[in-house]
Design a protein around this ligand. Structure first.
Ligand code: HEM
Length: 322
């Protein structure tokens, strides 16, 4: 008969096996669809490439879509759901309304992928792959995306309003909001490098260019030329978040910050005499360090609360629950 100690050892072993199996099912992996959808990566990339060839900016929009998904109750494709008369989604939350873009491209990718392997790949994973491809196509780093996320059956406009930081935030609020997602100071600065591509609307940088003093005069002059001081006039006029090269994924975003050419108030907060200055300096000096840290931080962001195992679903159409 087993002694009490070998009995408890056996229980412990069993418990750790259960924990391990449970834990493993909650892990994402790079080869998740290797057998079930071997054509996944080329199918997605082809569609992303065509979309960017048609409009370069959409690569930036697709990267942002992933960020706005992961920060709101995890990377679960919740921000792709359309509002209906009985369902309020995230698309009309303040940070997203008239701003978040690229939904039609996700639709095209989903249709293409459904043709090669129907009912297998989640919309949440498609957004993760699409963000990676967009960065690479625009000149940035490539990495192996971890997969296995499932799609949410619900969305939360309130969570989108609360969890996505506004561009009026000061550094301490930015740090707190990233900390709430388990992301460090370094990861905050590295991820913010996503602003090396894409555009912002005048309404989001008007107060900065007209009222703030920690900005370069010639940069302010250029930005003002397409963004009136008067609220309501040209609110949707656009400027590149990276003043120098808004269609190229490089490290010039950080060089701009050092020259006080951050477009958003929150951008310049990263280099304003505070605890993140040294990271900005490092990335401004070394594009390869930025790329390395950006990749690691994107993978970490992609791990925020995924739905796995039997949670959630694989949506047929990214805009609605099955
Ligand atoms: C505290 C953090 C952040 C704030 C406050 C912020 C804020 C903003 C704002 C206000 C815009 C312009 C929206 C508009 O005017 O319509 C924008 C655009 C953008 N953001 Fe962020 N952002 C943050 C972090 C990030 C992160 C982590 C990423 C990606 C890794 C990212 C990627 C982008 C991209 C690519 C665009 C341009 C999108 C386009 O052109 O369609 N942002 N962001």
């Amino acid at each position: 008969m087993a002694s009490p100690s070998s009995f408890s050892k056996a229980i412990l072993t069993l418990a750790s096996v259960v924990l391990l199996v449970g834990g493993t099912s909650a892990q994402l992996s790079t080869d998740f669809y290797a057998k079930t959808c071997p054509k996944l990566f080329p199918t997605v990339k082809k569609t992303v490439r065509a979309a960017i060839a048609n409009e370069t900016r959409v690569g930036a929009s697709l990267l942002r879509l992933f960020f706005h998904d992961c920060f709101v109750n995890g990377c679960d494709g919740s921000n792709l759901l359309d509002d209906t008369p009985t369902f309020t989604g995230e698309k009309n939350a303040t940070p997203n309304r008239n701003s978040l873009r690229g939904f039609e491209v996700v639709d095209r990718i989903k249709s293409a992928v459904e043709k090669v392997c129907p009912g297998v790949v989640s919309c949440a994973d498609l957004v993760a792959i699409t963000a990676r491809d967009s960065v690479g196509i625009l000149g940035g780093p490539q990495w192996d995306v971890k997969l296995g996320r499932r799609d949410a059956r619900t969305a939360s406009q309130a969570a989108a309003n609360n969890s996505i930081p506004p561009p009026t935030n000061n550094l301490s609020a930015l740090i707190t909001s990233f900390q709430n997602q388990g992301l460090s100071l370094k990861e905050l600065v590295a991820l913010y490098g996503g602003h090396t591509i894409g555009q912002a609307r005048c309404t989001n940088f008007r107060a900065r260019i007209y009222n703030e003093s920690n900005l370069d005069i010639s940069f302010a002059r250029t930005a003002k030329s397409n963004c009136s001081r008067i609220t309501g006039v040209g609110d949707n006029n656009l400027a590149g978040l990276d003043f120098q090269s808004a269609t190229l994924f490089d490290n010039s975003y950080y060089i701009n910050l050092i020259r006080k050419r951050g477009l958003l108030h929150s951008d310049q907060q990263l280099f304003n005499g505070g605890s993140t200055d040294s990271f900005v300096r490092t990335y401004a000096k070394s594009q390869s360090t930025f790329f390395k840290d950006f990749v690691a931080a994107m993978i970490k962001m992609g791990n925020i609360k995924p739905l796995t195992g039997s949670n959630g679903e694989i949506r047929k159409n990214c805009r609605r629950v099955n």
